[in-house]
Write a protein that binds this ligand. Sequence first.
Ligand code: CMC
Length: 381
Amino acid sequence: MSTATEKQFDQGLVNTIAAETQMSFIDGEKGVLEYVGIDIDSLARHSTFEESTFLLWNGRLPDAAELAGFETELRAEYALPEGLIAMIRETPADASTMHVVQTLVSALSLFDPECDDDSPEANIRKAVRLVAKTPTLIAAFDRHRKGKEIIPADSNRSIASNFLWMLRGEEPTETMVRALDVCLVLHADHGFNASTFTSLVVISTLSDLYSACSAAVGALRGPLHGGANEGVMVMLNEIGDLDKVDEFMKGKLERKEKIMGFGHRVYKAYDPRATYLKTFSEGLARDTGNLPLYEMSTRIEGIMHDAVASKGIFPNVDFYSATTYWSLGLELDLFTPMFALSRMSGWTGHCIEYLKDNKLIRPGAAYVGPHEVPYVDLADR
Ligand code: CMC
């Protein structure tokens, strides 16, 4: 049995490996990300969100029949329970989108009779529901808050196409669908990031997938994690013009403020997801009249390169996601929900993988408070 003195204090768990996984591999020094051994660049170019999710969950690419079968399973679960739609209609229109996502992901449990069935088969069915229904609940809330009719899911469409359809009620272009799909592939999994680890802490108590994933949404919303993509866009809007980038950045760097969309706990080289998104977002920004945003971004990147690349700080996935989502016409507060929608695939996959050899996650604490303090009666304090 280990004692407290044998345990290593590791603030932020920077040097702690908490479990094994076969889902994604990151080499932070070389800037490599693989899903089950396949590099992220190949997946971004050739795969789809559905196929990448199958890969992450099953440890291999599907054949054509398996992929079609998996897509059919997902599409059959797009629709929301009536009770959840009623809840959405009662949600305050000005509620923060990530709080809404967290609440509604948790509320899905109320309508799933399998919620507490922790057999592997039931967990896979719940994972399918979570991945399939999260886009629907995000789009439904967005319609509701704008006073528009909620558009039912269309089970003839892919997840990316269906999401854009439900959001706008207009046929999305192929370019838009592809752009969103690429973002979903790139965000689907990333080792034991803060939100994935949160989901593992919850599932390790033998709680349920809905509890694990709603907790993960809560972890994701912070600006040091998934909330950074929104932070990037706020910054770009605040700067407003290419001519103002240098002065803005000078002030930020002098005040030693963090620049959203830069730096990473694991990558000390260029985030490979950012490499692909940078090129991709340029084309999209050009096609949609948003090239100035892209130009501001590359200027910021150049300044950051001169200032902090020597410290291993480069753009992360969130930096060029901002231009991509904006060019897709998504509102600012839908950026982080897009991340949640995609990472649902990673959270559920990791929880199911972890349960195969479950161990309660319960680290020690380094107590630094006093000891042997006498209790003083209330009247004598
Ligand atoms: N801008 C300027 N300086 C930075 C930045 C940044 N974005 N990120 C790190 N640094 C500096 C930091 O000031 C510190 O400098 P010094 O050693 O001189 O004090 C050093 O780099 C180490 O930073 P840290 O915050 O201690 O490193 P960390 O590993 O704890 O944090 C991070 C990683 C992602 C929280 C951090 O880089 C950050 O806050 N970035 C901005 C937020 C962001 O873009 N988050 C999205 C991460 S990628 C998507 C995801 O997985 O969620």
